[in-house]
Design a protein around this ligand. Structure first.
Ligand SMILES: Cc1ncc(COP(=O)(O)O)c(C=O)c1O
Length: 399
C-alpha cells in the first residue's frame, strides 16, 4: 500500500479532542473520556485519492488515507467491507440496501472493530474490556482474537444465546450482567475505573471515536458504489448511534474534501418501546444530557420503557452520545421515526420471504423505510441496510 507521506502527516495530526472544552489529548492515552468525564471526538484530516482507492481490493481499508491508523503493520482485518448495495423491494418501493449482515462476525460492527482494534494494537494494548448488546461484543472479540489481544465482554443476561455462543467461540471471557443494557454499561465502567491501566483498556464502541472512524466507511462505500455521489436519504438504526454518527462523520468528510455537495438526510429509527431520542426530537428538545453526560430531568426518562423490544440492538434507554445524535439528524435535515413491534415482525417476515436472513433489530430499520419514502419525491435515492445476520438470533426468525 502506498501513501508514506500521508501516513507521516496523519501521525502528527491525530488527537482526541474534548467535546466539552476543546482540550486535546494524545491518542496514545489509554482513556475513553476526557479528564472532566466529557466525550471525545477525533481530530483527523481525511483524504480521498480516488484513483489510488480504485486500484485497491474491494474492502473498507481501500480508504486508507481516510482511516486514522498510521501504521499498516497495526491493521487488524479479515478483508472485510465493500458489502453489496442491492435493490430490494420494501412494501412496494425499491430502495438500495447495504448487505451489512455479510460481515465476518455478522454485523456492521466489524467496521468499527477493525479500526478500534487496529488502534489498540498500535498503542500496545494487551487486554481490554467492552460492553455490548451482543453484536459489538462479537465483533470486538473476533478482532481481538485476530490481534492476539485478551478481552472481556460484558452483556445483558438476556442477550440472544447465539451472540453469547459467538463471543465465547472467539475465546473472549463473557460477563453476563442482570438487568438492562444500562446496568451492563455501569458494570463495565466500574471495572474500567478500578483498573484504568494498560491491562484493561475500556475499548468502548459507544465512547471511543476510533470506532466511529471505522463505521464511517459505510458512507464512503455507498458514495463510491453510486459513482461518487451521495444518496438523497439514508435510513439508519439509532441505539447508541455508532453507525449513525460514523455515517455523519463519513459524509461530512466527503463533503469537506469536495467529493460530494451535501450530506444526505439521516432518518434515525428507534423502537417505539424504547425511543428516548425520537421523543426528545418530537418534543423539540435540543439535548438529552448535560455536558458530563447526566440525563436531563426534562428529557424522556428511561423508566418509561419497562417493556422489552424484539429489537435488542437498539434497546438503549440512555444513549451515551444522545445529544450528538440529535444534532447530526437535525443538521442533515432528516428526522426520527419510531416503529412498533408488529411493524418489526412484519418487516422481518417480509425480508425472510425475499431471501434475506436478518435480525429483528435489522427489521426495525426496514420497517421505517415506507414511511421515509412517503416523505420524499418518488425518484429519490434512498439507502438503508441489513445491520445484522438472522442466525445470531435463530430463535427469533419468523416461521
Ligand atoms: C443488528 C444491529 N443493528 C443496529 C444496532 C444499532 O446500534 P447503533 O445505534 O449503536 O449503531 C445494533 C447495536 O447493537 C445492532 O446489533
Amino acid at each position: 500500500m502506498s501513501g508514506g507521506d500521508i501516513r507521516t502527516r496523519h501521525d502528527e495530526r491525530i488527537h482526541y479532542v474534548s467535546r466539552s472544552n476543546g482540550r486535546r489529548y494524545p491518542v496514545t492515552d489509554y482513556r475513553f473520556v476526557g479528564d472532566d468525564g466529557g466525550l471525545l471526538d477525533l481530530e483527523f484530516d481525511a483524504a480521498f485519492p480516488r484513483e489510488l482507492i480504485a486500484s485497491r481490493p474491494p474492502g473498507m481499508w481501500r480508504y486508507r488515507e481516510a482511516l486514522p491508523v498510521p501504521k499498516d503493520e497495526a491493521i487488524v482485518s479479515f478483508g472485510e467491507g465493500f458489502t453489496p448495495l442491492l435493490p430490494v423491494e420494501v412494501a412496494g418501493t425499491s430502495v438500495l440496501v447495504k448487505q451489512e449482515q455479510l460481515f465476518p462476525s455478522g454485523s456492521y460492527k466489524d467496521r468499527g472493530a477493525s479500526v478500534l482494534i487496529s488502534h489498540a494494537r498500535s498503542i500496545g494494548v494487551a487486554r481490554l474490556v467492552e460492553d455490548s448488546s451482543g453484536n459489538a461484543g462479537s465483533a470486538i472479540a473476533a478482532y481481538c482474537a485476530r490481534a492476539g489481544i485478551a478481552c472481556e465482554i460484558y452483556v445483558p443476561e438476556d442477550t440472544s444465546p447465539g451472540k453469547l455462543a459467538q463471543i465465547r467461540s472467539y475465546g473472549a471471557s463473557l460477563r453476563l450482567v442482570p438487568g438492562s443494557r444500562e446496568d451492563t454499561a455501569a458494570a463495565v465502567r466500574a471495572e474500567a475505573a478500578r483498573d484504568a491501566s494498560v491491562s484493561a483498556w475500556y475499548a468502548s464502541h459507544s465512547y471511543n471515536p476510533f470506532f466511529f472512524h471505522g463505521t464511517k466507511t459505510f458512507a464512503f462505500e455507498i458514495c463510491e458504489q453510486l459513482g461518487w455521489q451521495a444518496p438523497v436519504a439514508v435510513v439508519l438504526p439509532a441505539g447508541n448511534g455508532t453507525l449513525l454518527l460514523g455515517v455523519a462523520i463519513g459524509f461530512t468528510e466527503l463533503q469537506r474534501a469536495g467529493v460530494i455537495g451535501s450530506v444526505p438526510a439521516i432518518y434515525a429509527v428507534q423502537a417505539g418501546r424504547c425511543a428516548p431520542l425520537a421523543r426528545a426530537y418530537a418534543a423539540g428538545l435540543p439535548a438529552v444530557t448535560d455536558a458530563s453526560g447526566v440525563w436531563l430531568a426534562d428529557a424522556p426518562q428511561p423508566a418509561a420503557w419497562s417493556e422489552a423490544t424484539s429489537a435488542e440492538g437498539i434497546a438503549i434507554a440512555t444513549p451515551v452520545r444522545g445529544n450528538q445524535i440529535l444534532e447530526a439528524v437535525r443538521l442533515s435535515g432528516g428526522s426520527f421515526i419510531t416503529v412498533d413491534e408488529s411493524e418489526i415482525r412484519d418487516a422481518h417476515r417480509a425480508m425472510g420471504r425475499c431471501g434475506f436472513c436478518i435480525e429483528p433489530t435489522s427489521a426495525a430499520t426496514i420497517a421505517a423505510v415506507p414511511r421515509v419514502c412517503a416523505r420524499l419525491p418518488k425518484e429519490a435515492l434512498v439507502v438503508t441496510l441489513f445491520s445484522g445476520h438472522g442466525l445470531k438470533a435463530p430463535e427469533k426468525l419468523p416461521g
